[in-house]
Each structure stands twice: as C-alpha cells, then as structure tokens.
Design a protein around this ligand. Structure first.
Ligand SMILES: *Cc1c(COP(=O)(O)O)cnc(C)c1O
Length: 389
C-alpha cells in the first residue's frame, strides 16, 4: 500500500526529526505499475461461487512432473542448507541436453532475471539503446526504463516480427536486440533459416537475446546450441515455467558463448536460484513422458481454440506457442464478461493491442468453460450494443 500512497512522507509528524528521504534516480519516476493496476478491478468482478479458470499467464495447467514433485520433497528436507552457488548439477544436465559445456550456461531466478542481468552486463551508459519488435513482451521495455536507456521499436509485418525491419532499426548505439521466438503475445515465430541469416547479419558489438520461453512447443526449434558452440553473438533464454509447469519455482537458464555466459554469471548474485528449484528442474528435464504430454495437450488444445474462434467469425493469429491471440469486437467488454464468469484471459489493451485478447491453451475442461463463457459474453455484449443503437 505504501507504494500507492499519495500523501507525502514529509507530512508525517513522526518523521520530523529525520533527514528528508533521498529521491530515487529521476528515470524511476516515469515507471508506472500499469500491469498491477490492471489486476485491481478484477477482485470486484469475480464471482464468489465459481472456481477460477486461469488462462491469463500462459501457465501449463497440467501441473509439475511427478519426478519434479518428488525432487521438491527431497530437497525440502535440505532447506536449511544453501544451494550450490551456481547450480552446478543442473548446469551439467542442461549442458548434456544441448551439447554445450556447463560454462555456456547460466541459471536465473526465472528467465526474466536473466533478461535483467543482460542489462547489467551489456549496457554501459544511458545513451545506449536496445531494439525490440513492435508487439512483443513488454518486460524488455520495462527493463530499459529501469536502466534509463533508450528503446527503438522495429515495425511489425502483419503483427509478426519483421526481421528486416529489426535489422534496419539497429543503430551504432544499439547494444542489445530482443526477439521472443515464438513471440508473446502474438504467438508467431520466425523461420529457422531466416533467424540464422539474421544472426549472421548483425553488426559487431550487438548481442541478440532470443527469448525462447515457448520454443519447447515447436516441433522444429532453431538449432541455437550449434550456433552457440560456433560463437554466434546470441544468448538464448529458456525457462522451466511453461513446458515443465514449474512457474512458481522461478527457474530459467541462458545459453550463450562462454565469454558472454561468464559476463552474465559475474553480474548475478551467488545462489540466485534456490535448491528446490534446481533439483525439481533437473528432475523435470529427465521426464520425457511429462514433456510429451504437455506438448500434445498444447497442440490439441490450440487447434481446438483456433477452430472455436474461426466458427465464431473471430480473427486470430496462427500460434506456435501455448496461447492464441484473438481479435474480438468490444474486447474490453467481452474480457469483463469473462471475468464475471470466473474466466481470466489477458486483455492486451495495455500492450498497445487494444481490441485483442490473449488466451492460454488450458486443459480440456478449462477450454470448455472458456468457450461457454465466451459465447455468453459475446451475446451479452451484442445485446448491449443493440440497446445502445
Ligand atoms: C513466460 C515468459 C518468460 C518466462 O519467464 P520466467 O521468469 O522464466 O517465468 C520469458 N519470456 C517470455 C516472453 C514469456 O512469455
């Protein structure tokens, strides 16, 4: 609550004897809690008698692998000990998975922490820039705001990432380029050949961060391990939050050429990831059956969602991830109508995509609830519109 308080601290009589509070860095003042504000009105709309269907955060509704749960139970008994400083055992497992060396891997408290570490390691001053595609993950720009550096936005091509425009937007001041592949929130992907050609075309001094949070859902993920072994100026960011269904444990990893990985490791705090997460992740990596189940559930559920939208005459972007972005007339009203029925999806208004919603591919029974709730919300919205005309 203190964060939101309008009342200045200096009005507080109990503080009189203390020196005034120091102001934060000037660029911090421009940061708004927009994503938090979005959540606030939901509480009043939610029905009390219905269970929630959460299709708003691209989580994996299947739940963690039984092997991961067992590892968490075992690790819990060791919770009084500090974990391995840089998660050596998990890095070994990941290294053999991707045919790289452990020195080419860094663990993060979620892959989002690794995104922050990239700014620490590669941005020298506030005149430097990052480049992002239009319609992508807002965190890249939010981090740029926190570091006070500039953002250049590349044009899209019919909502998809346009690599040519991304290349043209790079300036001599650009240090980092961000590319989510598959992209969030559009779900579109770039072709593997085009991606590798793009990497080869990068000017010297630029690092390409390829956010692969959803690459596990691709049938043919780009062969970044090979590019990294060959010293490509890239860092691939991956996570256990999506395919492996371990979002709450906060664990992700970066794959990069050794010099890059070393720099990221240096700016991270020792033991930035916890022991439960490290052990659960290593176990999840071994559970091929659970991984296959997750993928197949997403592939089947995605077809179902896309068909549902087609039958309702709604435009959606063909998705390569575990969510679908759909254009809906009066999207904000429909979103509200869904919330009132206990179905949460992501409104993309604050992501500069007003008129669009993003729906996570949930379990079959969740998609059933979503489809029914969507029909109800669409009817209610249409009825409202006719009354207003
Ligand atoms: C979900 C997601 C992540 C993963 O974040 P974690 O911190 O690993 O949970 C990263 N990038 C994108 C684009 C995502 O959608």
């Amino acid at each position: 609550m203190e964060l939101c308080s309008k009342k200045s601290r200096s009005d507080d009589p109990s503080r009189k004897s203390f020196p005034p509070l120091p102001p934060p860095n000037p660029w911090i003042r421009k940061i708004h809690f927009s994503s938090y504000r979005e959540l606030l009105p939901i509480q009043d709309l939610l029905p009390r008698h219905l269970s929630l269907v959460r299709l708003d955060a691209n989580e994996n509704g299947l739940g963690p692998s039984p092997l991961a749960l067992e590892a968490i139970r075992e690790a819990a008994a060791e919770a009084h000990r500090y974990p391995e400083i840089a998660g050596e055992a998990l890095r070994e497992s990941l290294a053999s998975e991707f045919h790289v060396t452990p020195k080419q891997i860094v663990l993060g408290n979620g892959s989002t922490e690794l995104l922050e570490l990239l700014f620490h390691a590669f941005l020298r001053n506030r005149r430097e820039e990052i480049v992002v595609p239009r319609y992508s993950f807002p965190l890249y720009e939010m981090l740029a705001q926190r570091f006070g550096c500039r953002v250049r936005v590349a044009a899209d091509r019919n909502f998809a990432v346009d690599l040519e425009s991304l290349r043209r937007t790079i300036s001599p001041r650009t240090r980092l380029v961000f590319l989510a592949n598959p992209n969030n929130p559009t779900g579109s992907r770039v072709e593997n050949g085009e991606l590798l050609a793009f990497v080869k075309s990068l000017p010297p001094g630029v690092l390409l961060a390829i956010d692969e949070a959803y690459a596990d859902f691709l049938e043919d993920p780009p062969p970044l391990g090979a590019a990294i072994r060959d010293g490509a100026p890239i860092v691939a960011l991956r996570t256990f939050s999506k395919l492996h269904s371990l979002a709450s444990l906060r664990i992700g990893y970066a794959l990069a050429p050794q010099e890059i990985a070393r720099a990221i490791q240096k700016v991270s705090l020792p033991t930035n990831t916890n022991g439960l997460a490290q052990r659960a992740a290593a176990a999840a990596l071994k559970d091929r059956h659970h991984q296959r189940q997750s993928k197949e559930a997403v592939w089947i559920g995605r077809l179902r969602l896309q068909r549902c939208f087609r039958e309702l005459g709604l435009d959606c972007i063909p998705s390569s991830a575990n969510f679908v972005m759909v254009r809906i007339p009066h999207a904000e009203n429909v979103w509200k109508g869904l919330v009132q029925q206990g179905v949460l999806v992501r409104s993309l208004k604050s992501w500069k995509l007003s008129g669009w919603l993003r729906v996570t591919v949930g379990r079959a029974e969740e998609l059933q609830r979503f489809e029914e709730a969507l029909q109800t919300a669409l009817c209610a919205t249409r009825a409202q519109e006719t009354l207003l005309v």
